[in-house]
Every structure is written in C-alpha cells, then in structure tokens.
Write a protein of this length. Structure first.
Length: 94
C-alpha cells in the first residue's frame, strides 16, 4: 500500500467499523461504481461495506479461487485505482 492509497484505506476501515453519514456513503457508492462488480464485491466484503458482512482475506481468496497474497495484491490494485480518481480526490478534500 502506497501513500496515495493509505488515506482511502483508513477511510474505508472507519466506514466499515464506525459508519459514515448517509451522504458520505452515497459518495462512496459513486466512487465504487468505478470498479467492476466483482471488484466492488471483493472490496466491500474485505471492509464490511454497504451492508456486506466483513470476510477474512482467506474467505475472500477462496471465493475468488486465489491465494490470500494474490487477493491482497488485487485489493491493493483496486484501492489504487480508486485513490487516483478525481472522485476520491474531491471527497478527500471535503
């Protein structure tokens, strides 16, 4: 995880554990629309977002037919894609 993805990761952890306002969740739904559905499902399950139960990395990897380290690399790639988007940059500044 690099410096660009760390703030997004921290936000998603907070969102998964503490929740966010309805408006913030709505903004995140728009941000996550940048991902293919399977990637969205992976990230939502990893962080426990949008009503999805939080799953372990091993559970997600098994569902994807991968080793956990491959899944973690894929999640990092997904977060990087979102972190560099103009949508996240605008959200981050708010």
């Amino acid at each position: 995880m690099d410096g660009l993805t760390k703030p997004l990761h921290a936000y998603l952890v907070t969102m998964g554990y503490e929740g966010v306002t309805h408006e913030q969740e709505h903004q995140m739904e728009h941000l996550f629309a940048l991902l293919p559905q399977t990637d969205l499902q992976t990230v939502a399950s990893y962080y426990g977002l949008f009503g999805e139960p939080r799953l372990s990395l091993a559970e997600i990897a098994a569902h994807r037919g991968e080793q956990p380290d491959e899944t973690l690399t894929a999640i990092d790639r997904m977060l990087r894609k979102l972190a560099v988007s103009p949508e996240w940059q605008m959200m981050r500044q708010q």
